[in-house]
Design a protein around this ligand. Structure first.
Ligand SMILES: N[C@@H](CCC(=O)N[C@@H](CS)C(=O)NCC(=O)O)C(=O)O
Length: 209
């Protein structure tokens, strides 16, 4: 398998899942910060020009949620996506929640700080994004309660997505609303697989510079 990724992007979720699965994979660095996502050779892989992309043989898959669900099904022993329908649906719920809600304020901030053409950026949008992030994060806190994992009694893909959504918010200087979420974030990012994923993405940048 080959994962196309770039540090400080949503590809971290896919690399983290690959590491949790113990999968063997090549990492293809596409430096989005240098416009490599728009180069013809990458557009031939993903015409949308976005990361992450997973290539498994002749199968090419985009969308971080679909990639992580695919990996979880390919490596069922990882436990990332439980077989029990209610638990599986609950994991998918948190993955969709992250993509549709929890990460959207961070994406709004990124778009209006640098991603949109200057004439389309709206000054003063950040407090609204911060308010939305806090509301979404509080829902996570409430669901988590005193448990270490969001679904069932073990780490799943729900934790990968929600942890990354929280980390992205924190990196945008959006405060996490409870100490419990701070502890959840710290514990998950300290997992061996998360650290390996981070190291893999950082090593790719270093090798390219
Ligand atoms: N919904 C997609 C979003 C993918 C996405 O927007 N990726 C960003 C990096 S985090 C990207 O590649 N942006 C490049 C661009 O928009 O040109 C997913 O979850 O995979």
């Amino acid at each position: 398998m080959k994962l196309y990724g770039c540090h400080n992007t949503r590809s971290f979720r896919a690399v983290w899942a690959l590491e949790e699965c113990g999968a063997a994979y090549d990492y293809a660095f596409v430096n989005l910060f240098k416009g490599e996502g728009r180069k013809p050779e990458f557009l031939a892989v993903n015409p949308g020009g976005k990361l992450p992309v997973l290539v498994d043989g002749d199968f090419t898959l985009t969308e971080s949620g679909a990639i992580v669900a695919y990996l979880a099904d390919k490596f069922p022993e990882s436990g990332l996506l439980p077989a029990v329908p209610t638990l599986r649906a609950d994991v998918l719920r948190w993955m969709f929640f992250t993509v549709g809600e929890l990460e959207q304020p961070s994406w709004t901030i990124a778009k209006h700080r640098f991603a949109l053409p200057k004439e389309h950026r709206v000054a003063g949008i950040e407090p609204t994004a911060g308010w939305e992030f806090e509301a979404a994060a509080r829902l996570v806190d409430r669901a988590l309660g005193e448990r270490a994992c969001l679904v069932g009694d073990r780490f799943t893909a729900a934790d990968i997505f929600v942890t990354h959504g929280l980390a992205w918010g924190a990196s945008n200087r959006l405060p996490l609303p409870t100490p419990r979420l701070e502890a959840y974030l710290k514990a998950n990012l300290a997992r061996a697989a998360a650290r390996r994923a981070s190291a893999r993405e950082k090593a790719a940048v270093e090798a390219a510079t």
